[in-house]
Design a protein around this ligand. Structure first.
Ligand code: COA
Length: 293
């Protein structure tokens, strides 16, 4: 039997020129950890200055210091809860006071957990929609004046969850469908000001809270085998796609969703036993510690 072949994820500097984003300022919600931390690190390595936004001020400050040490560029921590627009406006003000402007925005703050509909309270559904969808609106609303002035652009971190009905993911699926729709509206309303708005829909990315929460315990091998490119993604895979979309090479691309998932959306093997996981959800609860039912 032939062996499967795995391409490696490559660092952005192997491909893109080092000063690509010199003098650019990026505002990143969810930049303190996970995929958006990795994206911020890459943009800073290409010369950008960054403001990272998150709820936990201490963790955010430590992340900003680490980013500066690793990249030699500037980063500030701008604490805010994307659900509360006044806190996002304050973070924007702090960014402009420090760096003078905002060119690029990444709407990446997200909340998620695995739960069937019967395990979700109304408040649980609202919590996810408020972080993902309302949080994206609040971030765009608070930054658009700056982004219009600088003819900059937006990347929203979406998902592929909502392309089909995925068990135990109704809240984030609904929220991310809204993010895709909202991005298209931003593309149309702000396009004439020279502003672009695109989404990236990542597949499973290793070392993130999302992967920790979404891959059933002990199922990494099985999950990789379901992916056409035969590996779980890395943060560099997503960061490189963001670099392309923010760059002038993408200057005629707006209102699009770029799926970066190793081809997974075209091969939907069930991560959970189906239909057993919906007929008897409680029996599979132990695969996701913390799941409430
Ligand atoms: N299953 C079912 N319901 C859950 C749950 C789970 N695993 N975890 C939380 N909830 C419910 C809570 O019970 C609560 O509902 P209730 O008031 O009816 O009891 C509601 O969700 C809000 O929870 P709370 O902890 O108060 O909200 P929060 O604002 O502190 O946290 C979350 C928001 C729940 C989305 C949290 O998971 C989070 O902040 N995640 C951020 C990081 C993350 O998820 N990253 C992954 C991105 S893919």
């Amino acid at each position: 039997m032939a062996e499967s072949y795995k391409h490696r994820a490559v660092p952005a500097l192997d491909v893109f020129k080092p000063d690509l984003f010199k003098d650019k300022v990026v505002f990143v919600t969810g930049g303190g950890s996970g995929i958006c931390y990795g994206i911020t690190q890459t943009l800073m390595r290409l010369g950008a200055k960054a403001a990272i936004v998150g709820r936990k001020a201490d963790r955010l400050r430590a992340a900003a210091e680490q980013l500066e040490r690793d990249t030699g560029s500037k980063a500030i921590a701008t604490p805010a809860d994307v659900r509360k627009i006044d806190t996002v406006q304050e973070a924007v003000k702090m960014t402009v006071d420090t760096f003078g402007k905002i060119d690029f925005v990444i709407c990446g703050a997200a909340g998620n957990f695995m739960a069937p509909i019967e395990g979700l309270s109304s408040n649980a559904f609202r919590a996810v929609v408020e972080i993902d969808l309302l949080g994206t609106f609040n971030t765009v609303r608070a930054t658009m004046e700056q982004v219009k002035k600088n003819h900059g652009n937006y990347v929203h971190i979406s998902a592929t969850l909502h392309y089909s009905g995925l068990p135990w993911q109704s809240a984030p699926s609904s929220a991310k469908a809204g993010v895709d729709a909202f991005s298209n509206a931003v593309a149309v309303e702000l396009g004439p000001f020279g502003v672009r708005s695109n989404c990236i829909a990542p597949g499973l990315i290793t070392g993130t809270e999302g992967a920790d929460r979404l891959v059933p315990q002990g199922r990494d091998e099985m999950v990789q085998g379901f992916m056409p490119l035969q590996r779980i993604g890395e943060k560099d895979d997503i960061a490189n796609a963001v670099v392309f979309l923010f760059s002038e090479a993408a200057s005629w691309i707006t209102g699009q969703v770029l799926v970066v998932d190793g081809g997974s959306m075209h091969f939907r093997g069930p991560f959970l036993p189906y239909p057993d996981s919906v007929l008897d959800a409680r029996a599979f609860k132990s695969l996701f510690p913390g799941s409430k039912m």
